[in-house]
Design a protein around this ligand. Structure first.
Ligand SMILES: [Ca+2]
Ligand SMILES: [Ca+2]
Length: 286
């Protein structure tokens, strides 16, 4: 979900990742928030009864998805999941099997990928792991004897699990309120003080970077940057040259505050010690 949609500009930056900017004040935005949806794991989900033909009947059966299953003898169908799959799952049950079980031999493009053992008269799912192309011929052969049959309910092809979606939320220090003054791209503090901005995230913030620089007037008293999230210090560093500071986080979804603070101001004569802080960029994992 977008972060504070009313305050964010949306555009696609990269295919596989997103860069976001979302300050408290829309006028402060200088980057874009974009978002990537997690790809669906399931590539294809077929109601097997739709494959019915003269040899394999669609039968109404309690507990079946969509109310029907396919009474399978021997059948070959083309499946087109559209992307490489990693497994195929069969939801099956037996029908009229004196011994309580039977099996389905499974071939993909003519090569065996395994056997589905079918047991009992309630539906259960068996998953075969296989490297599946984006389109393939699926062949099923029931090993039944006599009246023992397989009722096939659904066939599901899954692809690899999509990686977590990462977004980046930028809170400009200029958009914070409190001490210091806005001198884009920085908020500049010339006396000790702090400024705070709120931000909202729909995922977990796992990392924070804060670019800053400072003017040092005394070797022993360099400017100090303190960054807090929800009032808890996460960065406390001296800074007198342009530096990007970072910290690991575990900030849950919701609305939070980030505070940029300047400490250890130490002026000498006409030298005016200061801290310039640019922004806080949060890595957010959905
Ligand atoms: Ca079904
Ligand atoms: Ca800035």
């Amino acid at each position: 979900m977008p972060v504070s949609p009313r305050l964010c500009v949306v555009s696609v930056v990269l295919l596989s990742s997103f860069v976001g900017a979302c300050g408290v004040d829309p006028a402060e935005l200088d980057e874009a928030l974009v978002e990537q949806r997690r790809d669906a794991l399931t590539l294809l989900n077929v109601e097997a009864e739709t494959w019915a033909d003269g040899s394999n009947a669609a039968v109404s059966v309690a507990g079946a998805s969509a109310g029907y299953a396919l009474r399978v003898g021997s059948i070959t169908r083309t499946l087109t999941p559209g992307a490489a799959g990693t497994s195929i799952a069969f939801r099956t049950r037996t029908e009229n099997c004196p011994s309580g079980s039977t099996s389905l031999a499974v071939k993909v493009n003519g090569a065996s990928i395994g056997t589905v053992t079918v047991t009992g008269s309630t539906f259960a799912t068996t998953t075969l792991t296989a490297s599946l192309p984006s389109a393939f011929s699926l062949n099923l052969v029931n090993s039944y004897t006599g009246n023992c049959r397989v009722l096939l309910d659904t066939v599901v092809v899954d692809g690899p699990t999509a990686p977590p979606v990462t977004t980046y939320l930028v809170v400009e220090a200029e958009s914070a309120t409190g001490g210091g003054v806005s001198q884009p791209p920085y908020r500049v503090f010339t006396t000790n003080g702090s400024a705070t901005a709120s931000f909202s995230i729909t995922g977990t913030a796992t990392y924070l970077t804060v670019p800053a620089t400072g003017v040092r007037c005394h070797a022993f008293f360099p400017p100090r940057l303190i960054v807090s999230v929800d009032g808890v210090q996460v960065i406390n560093q001296t800074v007198s040259t342009p530096t990007t500071f970072s910290a690991g986080l575990s900030t849950p979804p919701g609305t939070h505050t980030v505070t940029f603070a300047y400490a250890d101001n130490y002026d000498v004569g006409t030298c005016n010690s200061s801290l310039s802080v640019d922004k806080a960029t949060f890595t957010v994992v959905q």
